[in-house]
Design a protein. Structure first.
Length: 302
């Protein structure tokens, strides 16, 4: 009985703290607060808040920090968004474990035929903002596309990416796998995880190929533009498509690279040490894939 009373007290305390945080933010910001999140790190106690001065006004995102017995505004920035279509959310985290919070807020924006969920991450330590989104096309289930800021896909930002992904993948708009469209699943997954390799300035990206039945990308000489074997695996470049790896033992295939557009397919594959070099037929530039580390690179490996 005593244990149940203690648990009830803890739960009541947590709920009260959340309500107090919203009230505190409203008082400090002198605005209507839509959503809050609290976090305690080695640097102190924080409240993240989304607020606006009046109905229909643009929403402001703020970070409050406790100084003594009071909370003060440490950082604040107008978002330029009304955030009226779906309830916006905000989450505080310390992904880098440096004591400096990251603020991640999310809102929906929809038109007549398309729309999506948009995510903004502000890293208070680096004073830098990153973006992610889930696009939705109405009437075409499973065709949503997830995109991440190219900078988030760099290896140094793995912790930040993990923090963003954990929220994106829990969003109801996140595209669900479609057993009837394994090729589409491979393409959507690759674009979401590795699309930054096609962005200016991208160098190394950790790839996560999504396996599908081998029949999803069979070796058809009529559409094959290049072929090479390494480590018992076969790599196929396909006309107006990407580069696939076939595993004959597991009877699976996976997409390891997709060009910026379908007219820039790979027309040459060659082994360069531990890497597969893939030439873009339009730009004549190579992209490199390491099967062991699953890295993609726009610079030649040494």
């Amino acid at each position: 009985m005593t244990r149940l009373l203690i648990l009830a007290a803890l739960l009541t305390g947590s709920a009260a703290h959340a309500v107090d945080a919203k009230a505190v933010a409203a008082k400090v910001l002198d605005s209507t607060v839509l959503s809050v999140s609290t976090l305690t790190t080695k640097q102190g106690e924080f409240i993240g808040a989304l607020s606006r001065e009046y109905d229909g006004a643009y929403v402001t995102v703020s970070l409050l920090r406790k100084v003594g017995s009071l909370y003060v505004v440490q950082w604040s920035n107008p978002t330029g968004q009304e955030m009226n279509q779906t309830p916006p959310t905000i989450t505080l985290g310390d992904a880098n474990r440096d004591g400096s919070p990251e603020l991640l807020w999310n809102y929906g924006s929809y038109g007549n035929s398309a729309g999506g969920q948009f995510f903004q991450l502000y890293d208070t330590a680096r004073k830098r903002t990153y973006e992610a989104s889930i696009s939705e096309n109405y009437g075409a289930p499973g065709t949503g596309t997830v995109t991440y800021d190219p900078a988030l896909l760099e290896p140094d930002n793995a912790a930040l990416l993990g923090f963003v992904v954990s929220r994106v993948e829990k969003n109801p708009a996140f595209p669900k796998p479609d057993a009837k469209d394994p090729y589409g699943d491979m393409l959507r997954a690759w674009t979401a995880q590795n699309g930054a390799i096609n962005a200016p300035g991208a160098r190394y990206v950790a790839a996560k190929p999504v396996p599908a039945p081998a029949s999803s990308c069979a070796d058809d000489p009529r559409s094959r533009t290049a072929k090479v074997t390494l480590g018992g695996l076969t790599y196929l470049a396909v006309f107006k498509s990407g580069v696939f790896v076939l595993d004959s033992k597991k009877k699976t295939c996976a997409l390891v690279y997709f060009p910026p557009d379908s007219y820039q397919w790979v027309d040459q594959l060659k082994v360069t040490g531990a890497w597969i070099a893939m030439r873009n037929r339009d730009t004549q530039k190579f992209v490199y894939y390491n099967p062991k580390t699953r890295q993609l690179s726009t610079v030649a490996p040494r």
